[in-house]
Design a protein around this ligand. Structure first.
Ligand code: GAL
Length: 415
């Protein structure tokens, strides 16, 4: 070894030993926060991770999940982390007014430049872009489009009993009576996480008021005192007389087991149920628009945001690019039970249900989901959720309707 090389080796060894910890190889981590833990959800997320890993094999992904459908527990944990100055590198948030909860001007980075450089405005549907813009800016990158209004049913149970999926609420109750007489749970329900009743009631509102009437509830055009809201509450109350008695102990996916086992016949849930059925290798399910909602697509979209002060900002920026990419969305959505947010995904990758959802998304009247962040500020959506959860046990129509009206007033949308 020449003298020069020898000195170089000694010098670099010295530098290595005295360097402060922060000088070592750059931290290569990426913490992704979501509530995707159920079957289908977890597989979809893993699909996104695998695309990221292919591009950035040296980055260690920390999968920070907080279980609980619809973010029932995750949203509060996230808010505490943001206000406490300990943000994850990127986190799940619904497209729409939900983002207001996280005070974007203060805690998030606007992503307009990334939308431009990645050309997303050309490949994302206009309606979705409109939903994503809050205070004139993009704050998150959408990965999918979900449909909230789906009636899932056990095909064999329906065939064996000569039934067809009910198109109206009257038909629903006829079908339910037939099934009840056979000892099958007509309407499968889980209410453990507190949001599921709000989800079903939202769908009943859509089915009772129609697209315009329902939309108006969130803009002040339809009053919550409207007789059709009374009607929706009465319908929902009656539907609850056909549910499994163990619903307070079951989550949305736990309740789905009734369908798989042929012990239950119908369930109203978003199309993450399609992802869950796939994860269970269950193929005996059918789908239809819930009563009154044919031609209406109750929509929501999952997206990811970039908090200010993300510890691994560059890794997070790369993550968001994967989330918005065609490859990322094609790896995620077929497993998640959602369609791509992008318009250029290959249809062939999707199962029959998802292909039908993609067609409906293009042709149906779109309405925003309230239980999944699209229609109202989080504070109002939370009140709606709690009022409806209480209704499941109280059954008090008048009091519930009054509470819904005052929640609208508190949101300053109703007078
Ligand atoms: C929704 C979310 C979906 C699905 C569902 C159940 O809020 O948008 O992606 O995961 O909750 O957890």
């Amino acid at each position: 070894m020449s003298r020069r090389i020898w000195w170089l080796v000694v010098a670099s060894l010295l530098l290595w030993t005295v360097a402060p910890a922060g000088w070592a190889a750059p931290a290569s981590k990426l913490e992704i926060f979501s509530w995707w833990t159920a079957g289908g959800e977890a597989e979809g997320l893993a699909g996104l991770f695998s695309v990221y890993k292919k591009l950035y094999p040296n980055v260690e992904i920390i999968n920070a999940t907080v279980a609980g459908g619809a973010g029932a527990q995750a949203k509060a944990v996230l808010a505490t982390r943001l206000t406490g100055g300990d943000p994850p590198d990127s986190f799940q948030v619904h497209a729409g007014l939900e983002v207001e909860k996280y005070n974007p001007a203060r805690f998030l980075e606007p992503l307009d430049d990334m939308f431009k450089s990645e050309g997303w405005e050309k490949v994302l549907p206009k309606d979705l872009l409109t939903l994503l813009r809050y205070q004139g800016k993009f704050w998150s990158v959408p990965v999918n489009i979900h449909r909230a209004n789906v009636l899932w049913y056990n095909r064999k149970v329906f065939q064996d009993n000569n039934l067809t999926p009910p198109k109206t609420f009257d038909e629903f109750f006829k079908v339910a009576d037939t099934l009840k007489a056979k000892g099958i749970v007509p309407f499968v329900f889980g209410s453990k996480d507190g949001w599921e009743a709000g989800h079903v009631f939202e769908v009943v509102l859509v089915g009772t008021l129609g697209a315009d009437g329902y939309r108006g509830l969130w803009t002040g055009k339809t009053q919550w005192t409207d007789a059709r809201v009374t009607q929706a509450l009465n319908t929902f109350k009656r539907m609850l007389t056909y549910v499994n008695t163990d619903h307070p102990a079951l989550t949305w996916d736990g309740a789905g087991q009734y369908l798989i086992d042929g012990k239950g016949a119908m369930q109203i849930m978003g199309d993450w149920q399609d992802g869950w059925f796939q994860s269970k290798r269950y193929t005996g399910y059918g789908w239809a628009p819930p009563p009154g909602t044919a031609g209406i697509f109750d929509a929501l979209s999952d997206s990811f945001a970039l908090p200010k002060g993300a510890k691994n900002r560059q890794n997070a920026v790369n993550w968001l690019k994967v989330v918005g990419s065609r490859e990322g969305q094609e790896a995620f959505n077929p497993k998640k039970g959602s369609i791509c947010a992008r318009t250029d995904c290959s249809t062939a990758l999707f199962n029959q249900y998802l292909q039908s959802a993609a067609r409906d998304w293009k042709t149906n009247a779109l309405v925003p989901s309230v239980m999944h962040g699209a229609a109202a500020f989080e504070s109002w959506a939370t009140k709606f959720k709690d009022i409806v959860a209480l209704f499941v046990t109280s059954g008090d129509v008048a009091r519930t309707q009054a509470a819904l009206q005052s929640a609208c007033r508190e949101a300053k949308v109703c007078k």
